[in-house]
Ligand binder design. Structure first.
Ligand code: 1CP
Length: 333
């Protein structure tokens, strides 16, 4: 059985597998080298030779238990025909959202536009380096994708004041997102993904009263869909105020926690396997602090099924030696 499956399916507490969000990315010089020659990020994700190579880069350096495919949650709006660009020092910029155009897209159009993501998954999952490791496929949660598609940029800068104005549009788009997310998930699994992670990076933006409509209901549909395909699913409802309620309703195979979550409290509240938590900024300190802080999570979760990870993606300014030290700390625990 593969390492993440031991935790997610068997609820094993005897060891802690480790992978890191954004483990393939800008903190690695070998990634920056490829990125420099490929200024168009979407094209890079769609180049299955390069995206496979990038996905495997961190596994060649570090003793990680899983590969996460080098792609992006915004490949979904791209596949639906919305313009998506990544601008340096700005982040994603999306084109106008046209409901009539998007409503016309069918499964064949969608898969044709992004099928090379699936080709990369196939290449990665059959690489000998993955023999005793998991291949993680992923999607953005419906709410987080809705945010980018309507807001047309990161809500970090600002969420449009009239975001919720057109309720008809929002509800139609949500249904379309959900339909194509299922197609996207199915294709990832058919090509070798054996764990699915659902990133709800902007779950924390919503008022409690809006969670059932925008987070709970569409996420539950997706989680049940992944379960029906016999693949375990991890949810990351970042900065949601009530992780316990989320888990009670959604029942994913594991929940990934952000760095504001009190690990002792969540241990009392939640029975399902837990993943992550450590603040990525700790990797910018020194080895002693890193060991102390990583051990804190390992100690707290020593009798609970726990996958080691961070509370959000690894920062671009991280020293790969510190990353290596972290992985070794977990492995030697
Ligand atoms: O070189 C660059 O400038 C590209 C930076 C980059 C990378 C490495 C982006 C742009 N996306 C990715 C890859 C990526 N994105 C992966 C696969 C690699 C891995 O994890 O090892 C994954 C899983 C994602 C998921 C993703 N994309 C999320 C969810 C996780 C999170 O960070 O909260 C989100 C919100 C995105 C959107 C996105 N794509 C890229 C950026 C900079 C962003 C965030 C923009 C914002 O803050 O709103």
């Amino acid at each position: 059985m593969k390492p993440l499956h031991k935790i997610l399916i068997n609820n094993d507490t005897s060891f802690n597998p480790v992978w890191i969000m954004r483990q393939a990315g800008r903190y690695l010089p070998e990634f920056r080298e490829i990125r420099k020659k490929n200024p168009d990020f979407i094209n890079l994700c769609l180049n299955h030779h390069l995206s496979t190579e990038i996905t495997l880069q961190p596994l060649k350096r570090f003793d990680l238990d899983a590969a996460i495919i080098f792609s992006d949650i915004l490949m979904l709006p791209y596949g639906l025909g919305q313009k998506v660009k990544f601008e340096k020092n700005f982040g994603p910029k999306l084109g106008e959202l046209n409901l009539n155009e998007i409503a016309k897209i069918d499964e064949i159009d969608f898969v044709e536009k992004i099928h090379r993501v699936y080709k990369a998954i196939e290449k990665v999952s059959t690489d000998p380096i993955l023999k005793n490791k998991n291949t993680i496929g992923f999607v953005g949660a419906p709410w987080t994708l809705l945010v980018y598609m309507i807001n047309q940029q990161s809500p970090k800068k600002n969420l449009k004041k009239d975001f919720f104005k057109d309720e008809f549009l929002i509800n139609r788009i949500l249904l379309i997102i959900e339909k194509f997310l299922k197609i996207h998930i199915k294709n990832q699994i058919d090509n070798g993904a054996n764990v699915i992670q659902i990133f709800d990076s902007w779950a924390g933006l919503l008022d409690e009263k809006d969670l059932p409509n925008y987070v709970y209901s569409p996420t539950l549909n997706l989680v049940n869909y992944v379960k029906s395909l016999n693949v375990p699913v991890i949810c990351f409802p970042r900065e949601i105020k009530n992780y316990k309620e989320f888990c009670d309703i959604i029942k994913p195979d594991a929940v990934s926690i952000d760095y504001n979550v009190d690990p002792k409290k969540i241990l009392r509240d939640i029975k399902i396997p837990i993943q992550g938590g450590l603040d990525p900024k700790i990797l910018l300190t020194d080895k002693e602090t890193l060991k102390k802080e990583a051990s804190k999570y390992l100690n707290i979760f020593k009798d609970h099924p726990y996958i080691f990870n961070l509370g959000h993606g690894v920062l671009p300014e991280t020293d790969p030696n510190m990353f290596d030290y972290l992985v070794k700390t977990v492995k030697n625990y």
